[in-house]
Structures are given as C-alpha cells and as structure tokens.
Design a protein around this ligand. Structure first.
Ligand code: HEC
Length: 271
C-alpha cells in the first residue's frame, strides 16, 4: 500500500513538473497574440502562410536554414499549387554532386537549401552566433512557462518567435554599459537579453502579393505572418490531428449512448 502511495505521489509530481525548463533570468514572457490555427478547431490561414513563406524566403532564409521542409510540402499543405511550387523550387539552386557544376535548379522534392555550408561558416558570418534551423523552432521554444499555463494556452512557440522579432528595445541604462560587441538588446530572447541577430524586419521590407500596390507591411504584420508560417512548418499535419481527435470524441460519445441503452435493455426486467 505504501509503495502504491509513493508511486502515485511520484506520478503526480511528474505530471506537475514544468513541461520545459525555466525561463532565463529576467526573460520577458512572450506577448499574448492569437493565431487562426489555435484552439481545438483552429485551422491555418492559407493567405497568411503564403505571406509568411515570403517573409521567410526573402528575409530569414539568408541566415536560417529550414532543413526539414521540402518544397513539395508547400503544395501538400495547400499553401501553393503544384505549379507554383515547381516554380518556387526552380528559383533556387541546390547542391548536386552528380551534375557538372555541382549545382542544379531545385525540384519540388528538394528540401530548402541551407544558407551556410557548415556550422563554422554560419558562426563566422554571424559574429559567433549560429542562426538556429527554423523548421521546428515553434515547438522547441516556449513563450511562457508553468504547467498549467502551458496546458491552457499552449507553449507559446509562435508567440515566442513573434516576440523576439518585435522585441528589440533600447537597453536599460544599467545594462547598456555591459553590451557585448555585435549583440542587440532583446528581453524576449530565450538565452539572455543579448541576441546576435540584428532586428531583421523593417517596415515595407517584404512586398505582399495579396495587398494593393504601394501597401507598406508593418513589422508587426510580417512578424505575425512568419510566426504563423513557422507553426505550420513545425506541425504541417495539425489540422488532420485535430480532425481525428474530434472524430474520436464523437465516436466515443455515440458509443457511450449505445452502451447505456444496451445496459438499460438488459436490466429492464430486473427493476
Ligand atoms: C543576418 C542574419 C539573420 C537574419 C536575416 C535572420 N536571423 Fe534570426 N538569428 C540570427 C542569428 C545569428 C541568431 C542567433 C542569435 C544568438 O544566438 O544570439 C538568430 C536567432 C533567431 C531566433 C532566436 C532563436 C533562439 O535560439 O531562441 C529566432 C526566433 C529567429 N532568429 C528568427 C528569425 C526570423 C523569423 C527571421 C526572418 C524574419 C530571422 N531570424 C532573420 C541571424 C539572422
């Protein structure tokens, strides 16, 4: 009995343990913004994913790889048509040792090419900091902490990315003095306040295809769109998962009603 009790306690403690490590000292909790794909019935906003892809392609891809995503995934996810994906893939050149030049235009089956050949190259080009691969970043970085908080609000991965992109501030006077060379003050960054990435977005940096000519996209919009896109890259099958979960719930509900009716019938003459 004692053993059982201690097992139960251990289980309870395990369940209450934070899902992720604690926040870095002084790290600000990510801004609470909402996305179309959140909640039990949320689906991705395809137009937003198209814009987010453009932001990744034109801005982030110069430094950050996205190794786990192939061009064809964009068609499978219903973000672009097969024709569009062919054209997008063909617009980049990928390494291929079997060709004479060692390179060829991309095909839909190719994964996104990495901007740097080795980690050392990436480090050298970025003042010693390695730009992490972005494929799974919204699953790898929580925006806030606490088991209950994460259970109710999700881990806040896309909010973390959004907050880092929009979170550059002037360093408080007491910290400004110790600013490391080439680093920028950003209290949302998960590894201390100083980030080795200069603010990558500026107003109008990306021209949106679904907006009228001359429209100047704000940093806020671009940050939100690319964060939504990175939620999709981290879990492209999210909608199927939610749908399946919903079907299972309906099935269980119907099954419970049937069981109840059967039980009533079997025991009818016993009352
Ligand atoms: C000029 C190169 C460069 C560009 C462009 C760039 N980044 Fe970064 N990024 C970096 C580097 C370098 C780091 C690592 C910083 C560090 O560790 O101090 C980083 C870090 C990050 C982080 C924090 C990751 C973590 O470890 O918590 C996120 C999120 C991020 N970048 C997203 C983006 C997005 C989204 C874009 C496009 C809008 C982008 N970056 C554009 C170089 C870049």
């Amino acid at each position: 009995m004692k053993k059982l009790a201690s097992l139960a306690t251990a289980g309870l403690l395990l369940a209450l343990a934070p899902l992720a490590a604690f926040a870095a000292e002084g790290q600000k909790e990510a801004k609470h913004i909402s996305f179309a794909h959140e909640g039990p019935f949320g689906t991705f906003d395809r137009q937003q994913l198209q814009r987010g892809y453009k932001v990744y392609k034109e801005v982030c891809s110069t430094c950050h790889s996205m190794r786990f995503v192939a061009f064809r995934n964009l068609a499978e996810g219903g973000i672009f048509t097969e024709e569009q994906v062919k054209a997008l893939a063909a617009s980049v050149s990928v390494k291929d040792a079997s060709t004479e030049s060692g390179e060829r235009p991309g095909l839909p089956a190719d994964h996104f090419p990495s901007p740097f050949a080795t980690e050392d190259d990436a480090k050298n080009a970025n003042g010693g900091a390695v730009p992490p691969d972005l494929s799974l970043i919204t699953k790898a970085r929580p925006g806030w902490y606490g088991t209950f908080n994460q259970l109710v609000n999700g881990i806040g991965g896309p909010q973390y990315v959004y907050s880092v992109l929009t979170g550059y501030e002037t360093a408080p006077a007491e910290l400004a003095a110790e600013a490391p060379a080439g680093k920028h003050y950003n209290p949302y960054f998960g590894s201390g306040h100083w980030i080795g990435m200069a603010a990558p977005l500026t107003p109008g940096r990306v021209v949106y295809d679904d907006k009228p000519e001359g429209y100047e996209a704000t940093v806020d919009e671009m940050a939100k769109d690319v964060s939504a896109f990175l939620s999709w890259t981290a879990e492209p099958k999210m909608e199927e998962r939610k749908q399946l979960g919903f079907m299972v719930m309906i099935y269980l509900a119907v099954f419970s009603i049937l069981l109840y009716l059967v039980k009533k019938k079997i025991w009818a003459d016993q009352h």
